[in-house]
Design a binder for this molecule. Structure first.
Ligand code: FRU
Length: 526
């Protein structure tokens, strides 16, 4: 009897302690998990999809495999935010069906109910996506990617697939995917931009259901070192100008300048049928939205009000070279911060600048400022900051002299001898992001094989570095967003030390502000 009681107690104690461990596991975020970047509740995520704004809510859908932490049968995961910062997870929006997996695509508010899906003053949100049919692919066919639509009549909460899917069949183009749809006001029709392997194709429609081919662009433009994916087409007014230009984003994998996946862009005119490159844009010069390795498949939000007027972009913060083997287990990958795009004229043609959206300022917590001073060598900051340096926003303004030989920036490190550096190499005229010694990298020989460089887009003696670090990622917005670099890293112990440094010559630190970033509120659905 006694032994039985002890046995029972042991079992009960065992269960209790197991439960406690489980509870702790849930509350303590897994190592390397970002605290304020969007991540899926669990398992695999890639491209952002269907980003649309409606009635005060930003919707973010994403490529999601809820049953595994590597790529698999694609669903559309879903989250909603009222401010681009605090996200609430929603139930999965779209599941694979007999026509295929649900690949990337977009969503629009059908303001005029052209689709007829709306009723009783309820407007539909319509999602347009690619069906990827595995059986067709395995059978060696070329027409296994078709385009389908689904609609929601309850502000994006639930979705019904259109019974007439697919709305666009495939004429035999192996890679034909990732529809981005816009309303083209001047011609009063919908325009779909589709990636087609080595070019994009435009289709038009009166009702989102019947599509006609309009034209193609890109066979002889831009980079062709990989497959074209995830296009976006939008008009934007360059700063200080009335005239609107059209921007075409095209992700390419592989073939990005620093390796693997990247996003190039073109600037020109679009008349509802054809995209024509701006004469000021050299077809041989490739422009990239971000020169780090971890900003891919990014597109912009649809239906942001004219009053707001912003063009807001978000990308997937990873790279197909290693996305499936990065050292995380319960979830894989995060999105970049939301960024506002701006178009500016430079002596070398049009350039897209990216800035972190204003809303991110609401995450700023304690701050620390260094007084202006000359900098040679390093200032160890962690001892004076008063908060950990891995949930951080930094704004530096650095003055360099004529013919400066200085290499300067920020360095995060730990006592395992690992470090990550980001900064500017004045003699080379290049920004750099260096994760070559930033921790775990044995999972892929491509991950830490080189320092990433990006050329400076503006001139002047003041170099600005605006950097966000969130446990396992850094996003650099240099010179007010003229040059961007986004990179992830996996230190074996969190970086707990930070210094600002200048080597090979002094620089003047004009401004140095540091903000602790508060965990954002990501919650589950109601
Ligand atoms: C880009 C991409 C898309 C495709 C999706 C599949 O990362 O390859 O072209 O629709 O991912 O998950």
């Amino acid at each position: 009897m006694i032994t039985r009681t002890i046995f029972l107690c042991l079992i009960i104690a065992g269960i209790f302690s197991c439960r406690q461990e489980a509870a702790q596991e849930v509350s303590a975020p897994e190592k390397h998990r970002p605290r304020w970047h969007f991540t899926p509740p669990s398992m695999w995520m890639n491209d952002p999809n269907g980003m649309v704004y409606y009635e005060g809510e930003y919707h973010l859908f994403y490529q999601h495999y809820p049953d595994g932490s590597v790529w698999g049968p694609m669903h559309w995961g879903h989250a909603i935010s009222r401010d681009l910062v605090n996200w609430q997870h929603q139930p999965i929006a779209l599941y694979p069906d007999s026509l295929g997996y649900i690949f990337s695509g977009s969503a629009v508010v059908d303001w005029n109910n052209t689709s007829g899906f709306g009723h009783d003053n309820t407007l539909p949100i319509v999602a347009i996506f690619t069906y990827h049919n595995m059986a067709g692919e395995k059978a060696g066919r070329n027409d296994f990617q078709t385009q389908g639509i689904a609609y929601s009549l309850d502000k994006g909460r639930t979705w019904t697939k259109y019974a007439g899917n697919p709305v666009l069949s495939n004429p035999g183009i192996r890679d034909l995917r990732d529809p981005k749809v816009i309303w083209h006001d001047a011609t009063h029709q919908w325009v779909m931009t589709l990636a087609a392997g080595d070019h994009v194709r435009f289709y038009t429609s009166p009702d989102l259901k019947e599509w006609s081919y309009a034209s193609s662009f890109g066979k002889n433009q831009g980079s062709h070192r990989g497959v074209w994916e995830c296009p976006d087409l939008f008009s934007i007014s360059p700063e200080g100008e009335e005239l609107r230009q059209w921007v075409l984003l095209v992700s390419i994998n592989p073939g990005a300048p620093n390796g693997g996946s990247g996003t190039q862009y073109f600037v020109g005119q679009f008349d509802g049928q054809e995209f024509v490159l701006d004469p000021a844009q050299d077809p041989g010069v490739y422009n990239w939205i971000d020169l780090g390795r971890d900003n891919y498949a990014g597109v912009t939000w649809s239906d942001i009000s004219l009053k707001d007027g912003r063009r807001i972009f978000m990308g997937w913060m990873s790279n197909w070279q290693y996305a499936q083997v990065v050292p995380t287990t319960s979830w894989r990958s995060a999105m970049t911060l939301p960024r506002e795009l701006q178009l500016k004229k430079s002596p070398r043609g049009w350039r897209l600048w990216s800035r972190p959206v204003e809303e991110l300022k609401m995450l700023r917590d304690s701050s620390f400022t260094l007084s202006p001073q000359s900098l040679t060598g390093k200032i160890q900051l962690d001892e004076i900051l008063g908060f950990p340096p891995t949930l951080l926003e930094v704004l530096l303004e650095v003055e360099i002299g004529n013919n400066s030989q200085s290499v300067f920036g920020l360095e995060w490190h730990n006592d395992a001898g690992e470090s990550y550096r980001v900064g500017f190499d004045a003699p080379l005229g290049l920004f750099f992001s260096d994760r070559t010694r930033a921790g775990k990298n044995d999972f892929s020989s491509d991950f830490a094989n080189a320092i990433h460089y990006a050329s400076r887009q503006v001139e002047g003696k003041i170099v600005k570095l605006h950097v966000f670090v969130d446990v396992a990622s850094a996003e650099l917005f240099a010179d007010d967003g003229a040059t961007c670099m986004t990179d992830i890293f996996f230190p074996s112990k969190d970086f707990d030390k930070l210094n600002v440094y200048a080597q090979n010559g002094p620089v003047t630190l004009r401004k140095a502000e540091f903000f602790l970033i508060r965990n954002y509120g990501i919650t589950n659905y109601e």
